[in-house]
Design a protein around this ligand. Sequence first.
Ligand SMILES: C[S@@+](CC[C@H](N)C(=O)[O-])C[C@H]1O[C@@H](n2cnc3c(N)ncnc32)[C@H](O)[C@@H]1O
Length: 374
Amino acid sequence: MVSGERRPTLPCLVVCPPGLEDVVIAELDDLGVRARRTGKGSLLADLTTRQLYAANLFLRSATRVLVRVDRFTVRSFADLERQVRAVDWAPWIGPEDRPRVRVTTRHSKLWHDGAVAERFTSVLGPGSKEGREQLIVVRAVDDRFTVSVDSSGAPLHERGWRQATARAPLRESVAAALLTAARWDPTTPLVDPFCGSGTIAIEAALRATGAAPAGQRDLAFRSWPGFEPGTWASVTADANRRVSEAGEAPPIVAADRDTGAIESARSNAQRAGVEDLIEWRRVPIADLGPLAGSQAGIGLLATNPPWGGRVSGGDLRNLYATLGRVAAQRFAGWSLGVLVADRSLARQVRPGLTEALDLEVGGRRAWFLTGRVG
Ligand SMILES: C[S@@+](CC[C@H](N)C(=O)[O-])C[C@H]1O[C@@H](n2cnc3c(N)ncnc32)[C@H](O)[C@@H]1O
């Protein structure tokens, strides 16, 4: 590149779970990208092709990255069709590919989502049965249409390794965000006493090894007609460098009282290639012992305790209080992060925790509270 020459950028929308916007802004910042919030669960950023590839490979807390390919104002189907024909689709979708058009409209003359989607498929053609699916996202507000192509494919939290789930599993992207929000240093110990399917511990182990979160899965842009293999090779070389530069993983403990939970967590960890980096303990919280041989006062207890269901009322309060007691007795001086749906229950763990994240989990409002064990 000639010095001073700026690489062309693509206007992109980075989608994430509501409440994780700041975490994703920080992750993009690490990739050299400045992003700004545009609404709940979405950020705008201008990305070079390399940054687009890197965002898909390295972002831990995002859901997908959309590339905006056009914007126009239309009030009739004839005009819509003309505009759709005028888009240069060649870099994004091949003749065999099957377009899947997702439409949302608000305050627009063309309000029928299905009829809008039909205009796109009639211009683009149905593709072939063997062709891959390409998601196209169309949003119309006050007759102003924004047309984007999805660069990710399956949501980015689907890393590929989690096939077994215990009850109420967290999205991998949310688990990763908890670690970031608790400011976990990946060279220090981590314990999850209510590990369920192991999501927090596995995300931690992957981070400690420097593994790219999407390293095991496919990404939609790799099948685009305009895919740049050379650019991708340089991004994957970066991913390999991160792995080779990562230090030794710290002690990571995943515990649960439920045998089935530990089994599914272990099989997930095996698929992720980190089973041996995690110490598995099938114990109720009351019996969770301290970490052998680690430096006193350094580590993170990060967890997503039960929110109700089988355990409720006074039992739930007791469970949270037990977590607080075990933390104080066996993890003194550690950092603490608890994901709760009821902030008054969190006070049973420890008073004075601060809100690090205010998010939605499985359609419910939840808070991630952090602090220090006394
Ligand atoms: C909300 S789930 C954790 C989900 C996990 N974050 C995931 O991504 O799969 C809570 C877990 O706490 C476990 N649990 C409930 N009571 C417990 C206790 N007294 N001691 C240890 N684990 C317990 C349950 O078996 C369940 O797996």
